[in-house]
Design a protein around this ligand. Structure first.
Ligand code: ZN
Length: 238
């Protein structure tokens, strides 16, 4: 097990919940951080607490390691980025070849705020659920970006500093598999029932893979991952 503590960027979605479980499995002390920035799927801010409570209840060995939760409000981020995540517009591909859900530099900003908080809390590792595999073209989810920022933060804070990205090369099917490896069927069920991924904030439609509208890009990725993972379990030789 690692020494020292970790701060997990925790949105209450599937990816960051698996990252939180990953961190609880490795670090003696884990704190969580969420951001409110006027996102349309603000329901995820509610689910964060539901997921944390469920993890504490279902996994007694992790419970004592789960430290305080923090929330930072970044309303200006929503104001300066006219995107489909914060406005009532259609989610589509833009002229720049990026989905309209792209908030420019969002993860860079999140990581800087997280690093400042981690410094104050005496935590030397950040854990982020960014992923290059399903990254939808978000350039601030790429490993090159994260490694450059890790270096910038370590230099800027004048401290050894790590940014762990356990999902960087894992696709959505692999994320379901990781949940099973870390916490068995109980963690898979917790992810299905409690986490929130849907960009539209829909928690009225229940699918095999969890709650959501079923048609936005986030729901489609989550659903496809679920199908691929289940198909692979049914036919392990393929
Ligand atoms: Zn959706």
């Amino acid at each position: 097990m690692s020494t020292g503590g970790a701060l997990v960027l925790f949105s209450g979605g599937q990816d960051s919940t698996v990252c939180l479980a990953w961190a609880l499995d490795r670090y003696p002390h884990v704190e969580t951080l969420g951001f409110s920035y006027g996102q349309r799927h603000a329901v995820e801010l509610t689910q964060r607490h539901v997921v944390r409570d469920a993890l504490r209840e279902s996994f007694p060995s992790w419970a004592p390691r789960l430290g305080p939760d923090h929330e930072i409000a970044l309303p200006e981020l929503g104001r300066i980025s006219e995107t489909a995540l914060t406005r009532e517009t259609e989610i589509e591909m833009t002229k720049a070849g990026l989905p309209s859900t792209f908030v420019p530099g969002r993860n860079l900003l999140f990581l800087i705020y997280a690093a400042a908080l981690a410094y104050r809390r005496g935590l030397t590792t950040l854990v982020a659920g960014v992923c290059e595999t399903d990254y939808s073209g978000y350039p601030d989810c790429r490993n090159d970006t994260i490694r450059a920022q890790e270096q910038a933060i370590a230099l800027g804070l004048d401290k050894p500093f790590r940014i762990e990205t356990p999902l960087m090369y894992v696709d959505k099917a692999g994320t379901w598999a990781m949940a099973e490896t870390l916490g068995g069927a109980a963690l898979v069920d917790l992810v299905r029932e409690k986490t929130h991924t849907c960009y539209l904030g829909d928690r009225t439609h229940r699918h095999d893979w969890g709650w959501g509208c079923g048609t936005c890009p986030a729901c489609e990725l989550r659903a496809r991952g679920w199908e691929i993972w289940n198909a692979a379990k049914a036919h392990p030789s393929r």
